[in-house]
Design a binder for this molecule. Sequence first.
Ligand code: BJW
Ligand code: ZN
Length: 228
Amino acid sequence: MNIVVLTGAGISAESGVPTFRDADGLWEGHRVEDVATPAAFDRSPDVVHRFYDERRRMVQKVEPNAAHSALSRLEQMVGDSLLVITQNIDDLHERAGSRRVLHMHGELLSALCRACDGRFAWDDDLADFPPCPGCGYSELRPDVVWFGEMPYELDTIDRALQKADLFVSIGTSGAVYPAAGFVRAASAYGASTLELNLAPSEGSHFFDETRHGPAGTLVPHWVDELLG
Ligand code: BJW
Ligand code: ZN
């Protein structure tokens, strides 16, 4: 059975990483669409760098939670039959042991050079405009996908959705496309669909089954159930 799991900010919430759109979310008081855009970076690169530098430091201090660990345990049991697609830019899936993870919205611990298009592992600040390890120009930006930019790995994702028997969405509000459309694509390709989220998402009604509660409880239960 091929399983595709889509994760969002809610899966990392219990690790202490703020979500985007909840009451205490990251962009409370800001319109997400105003902050996470290439235009915002062009206008005030120092502000945007400081915002991501702070998150890059924070993410290196938090730990994966029971939901990340359960998905890693599932991968150990079913191997290549599981693919995790994450919208998250943290590395908590990898640190919990998952190997088959696609970061469709990029990664905090990576820098992207606007001069040479190189992507480089990066755990340090960018606000002091360090030179690119590839070309030497000081044109590094966070390697994340902002509104209006093309998410990573969409072809691989579509092929995985075509082959999926089960599509599970965990901890995402279903507010951002194309990820919010994966449930309908997976259904149309023939997969069963399950939502595991704290509260009903914007797309809850598209799922065959929905379960509501914290990911740290729901995901281990679902994995136990699946593995019998
Ligand atoms: C818990 C929990 C617990 C809490 N347990 N659960 C219509 C169709 C198609 C596209 C569009 C469209 N209209 C507009 C668009 C374009 C746009 C878009 O979607 N806009 C919307 C506002 C409508 N999309 C794009 O621009 C995308 N690119 C694109 O479409 O390219 C196509 C293209 C074509 C041609 C030319 C060029 C391009 C790119 C989207 C990029 C999104 N980037 C961000 C920022 C990344 C960097 C960063 O992290 O700073 O990605 S925005 C932000 O939202 C981030 C997230 O990955 C993403 C999704 O958020 P997520 O994960 O769902 O978090 P929340 O906070 O919203 O929800 C958390 C959920 O968890 C809640 O439901 C809670 O209840 C729950 N929760 N605690 C379980 N303990
Ligand atoms: Zn470069």
